[in-house]
Design a protein around this ligand. Structure first.
Ligand code: FES
Length: 159
């Protein structure tokens, strides 16, 4: 006498797992796939929108360079934490620094040596070399930074 090698009962059709079990397995796989896809879409968007991490701006003192690096009547941009800063070497050779963030809509400002002003290209805003808004839409002066010399090295920190 032979013994059947499967679990089927003689005379009955072979049993499949109940359809509710298969449905649950599919639901779990679909859920995992959905959340994986969602993470791959949301994570890059969130990383793009959040500013890069850095030490708090209040704690930052930045070495910008050496005195010889800055020609008279020039402006140099640098990073001050997550924000840009600008170091101006005036026509007389004095060093002044500001956050290079326009007080209108936060565009990055630059130095215009031909006019001797700090200029915002977004809406043609202008600041004098003390950082005071003199024309265009900027409502307030630029945020001043403190410039310190240690030997020949130039350091900038919040004023
Ligand atoms: S953002 Fe600078 S003038 Fe508008």
């Amino acid at each position: 006498m032979s013994v059947p090698n499967d679990r089927s009962v003689p005379g009955e059709a072979p049993t499949d797992p109940p359809s509710s079990v298969r449905r649950r397995i599919l639901d779990v796989l679909l859920g995992v796939s959905f959340f994986t896809w969602l993470g791959s879409v949301v994570y890059p968007v969130v990383r793009y929108l959040l500013p890069p991490e850095g030490p708090a701006l209040e704690q930052r003192t930045i070495r910008v360079g050496e005195v010889k690096d800055f020609k008279k009547n020039s402006g140099t941009l640098f990073r001050m934490g997550a924000k840009p800063g600008i170091l101006i070497c005036t026509p007389s050779g004095e060093l002044r620094a500001f956050l290079a963030v326009c007080t209108h809509l936060q565009c990055t400002v630059q130095y215009k040596p031909d006019e001797g002003v700090i200029w915002c290209a977004c809406h043609n805003g202008r600041y004098n070399l003390q950082g005071i808004n003199i024309s265009g839409p900027p409502p307030r002066p630029l945020t001043p930074l403190q410039v310190k010399l240690k030997g020949n090295e130039v350091y900038v920190s919040l004023a």
